[in-house]
Design a protein. Structure first.
Length: 225
């Protein structure tokens, strides 16, 4: 029996260890790599070419959402299963629109993670039961109402997402420029674009938005096991 090769991308070591220990009990799943931030996840995918990436969203340097976008652009056959403490429907829809294959709520993922990995590896989508139930209810509601369009989520570029995360992490323009190897003027341009697109006009507001979207964490949550 061929194993499903899995890469774990999660910045909390205790959570990664728990996931790895749980998956090691599965005869058909093999953990072949671990990343503690989004940039490392992107680099490791190119090196070890996993079948499935289990991807946390709120990670330093590069969040899981942008890491997912970059991985799928380079390796579209990779299946990505999102882990997040956030379960807002609009947020789930945005992540799935990027190309993720499934979405699990972190606090309850331990009960379904092996099943979810097998499902996405087979080309299916998989959601935590509570999310799946809400999505099915919303689809039925849309059909009943003639599929009225929902509220549009602003589309941010890859670079805007990176700048947003670094702003929310408290980086100054110069630090952000150094981190991304771009000029301060370019950082300022991206910052203004973010404010225009999101209709947010201060750093505190951008930080609150990043937290609400799960791009950075407001508090550490490691209750997966």
């Amino acid at each position: 029996m061929n194993s499903i090769n899995v890469l774990l991308a999660e910045d909390h070591q205790i959570v990664r260890e728990g996931l790895r220990a749980m998956l090691n009990l599965e005869p058909d799943i093999k953990v072949i790599g671990e990343a503690e931030n989004g940039r490392q996840a992107v680099e490791l995918v190119s090196k070890v070419r996993p079948d499935v990436v289990v991807m946390d969203i709120a990670m330093p340097l590069l969040n899981g959402m942008e890491a997912t976008r970059q991985i799928l652009q380079a390796f579209p056959g990779t299946k990505i299963l999102i882990l997040s403490a956030h379960s807002d429907d609009a947020y789930v829809a945005m992540v799935m629109a990027i190309g993720a294959s499934g979405y699990l709520i972190k606090q309850t993922a331990a009960h379904v993670l092996p099943e979810a990995i097998r499902a996405v590896h087979q080309g299916k989508t998989y959601f935590s039961p509570i999310i799946a139930k809400r999505r099915n209810h919303q689809k039925q509601k849309d059909r009943d109402q003639g599929e009225l369009p929902g509220k549009a989520v602003p589309t941010l570029s890859a670079r805007e997402m990176e700048v947003l995360q670094l702003i929310a992490e408290g980086k100054a323009n110069k630090e952000t420029a150094d981190e991304l190897h771009i000029s301060v003027k370019t950082v300022e341009k991206h910052r203004q674009s973010l404010m225009d697109k999101l209709n947010i006009h201060d750093t505190a507001g951008l930080t609150r938005y990043a937290i609400s979207m799960g791009i950075i964490e407001n508090s550490v949550q490691v209750t997966i096991l």
